[in-house]
Write a protein that binds this ligand. Sequence first.
Ligand code: AMP
Ligand code: TRP
Length: 340
Amino acid sequence: MNPGKKVVLSAVQPTNSAHIGNYLGAIKNWIPYLDLYDCLFFAVDLHSITVSQDPEELRENTFRSIATYIACGIDPARATLFVQSQVPAHAELAWVLTCASSMGELSRMTQYKDKSQRHGAHIPTGLFTYPVLMAADILLYGTHLVPVGEDQKQHLELARDLAERMNHRYPKDSLGGESPLFQVPEPMIGKVAARVMSLQDPSLKMSKSDPSPGACVFLNDSDKEIEKKFKRAVTDSGSEVPAENPSPGIQNLLQIQASFLDEPYDQVLARYVGKQYGYLKVDTAAVAVEKIRPIRSEIEKLLGDRKYLTKIINEGRLAALSRSEKVRNEVYKRIGFIGH
Ligand code: AMP
Ligand code: TRP
């Protein structure tokens, strides 16, 4: 924890276990910030109920999310870890920002367009307003930098637009001067594996909700399951890795391996040019197994120690409460709400 430094904030939904897209596209990239910035990471349970959740599974997955952060290397002594629903200002600011957003801009969100298609005539309203809640998460803490996968870039742009709109609308601060209400956040998107694709259909991003059984490699998959999923990964009708423009399925495997090994993509590609696809699948599986194994066992160990996890979550909650309430009160005062 580095008070006074730039604020870095990010989150993952506590739905299922995290997958390698969450790890390589997001969580792994948070680690270098721990010593440099004031870091906040949390489990967004309010976001996860945009689609229906089994209560027992949601409880378990919320503990699992916090355990996953810690097992992936997010040291709770150097970051604030918390659970979104325990900090009421998230929902409170989300309402204020809902009133500052327009139907038009929310309708343009590609994640909404994709996800709403699956719901036919009964699209949950929460799927539509989801990006506003995410903007509230970010703006509540004066966040400078948001490390996320590429799929979240458009949501980040909305958060920036809302921050600027509110700053313009409410320039006068509660001390009688003029100052920006919100810090305008910047996205930080990794260069490698910013978008990990499904192993069954490389035109789709790897997603927790993908019904196809081999599409997604979870951090709680066994060694055998991981090997099986990579072996069955869909590539294309060719047989050898070409030097130029490999197909999306091959690129995805190369990216995954490069990201796990922290190696440049071109270097990994060079190792496989002219070789049968099978080598790339087997090696990528082996790398994934080696890297996931210690994380998986640490997650299970932490899940067995609820007392410790609860202590971390409670400490995070207290820190997040006091920080977020200050910002919420300033917002309420500028808007004209009394008594804050
Ligand atoms: P979610 O699972 O939707 O809560 O996503 C949590 C974080 O993981 C966000 O920063 C996403 O951008 C990132 N993420 C999710 N899926 C992928 C993916 N397939 N590839 C890369 N990053 C991803
Ligand atoms: N919407 C993000 C996702 O699905 C999760 C999220 C919610 C988030 N609030 C956030 C990410 C704030 C970064 C910052 O991936």
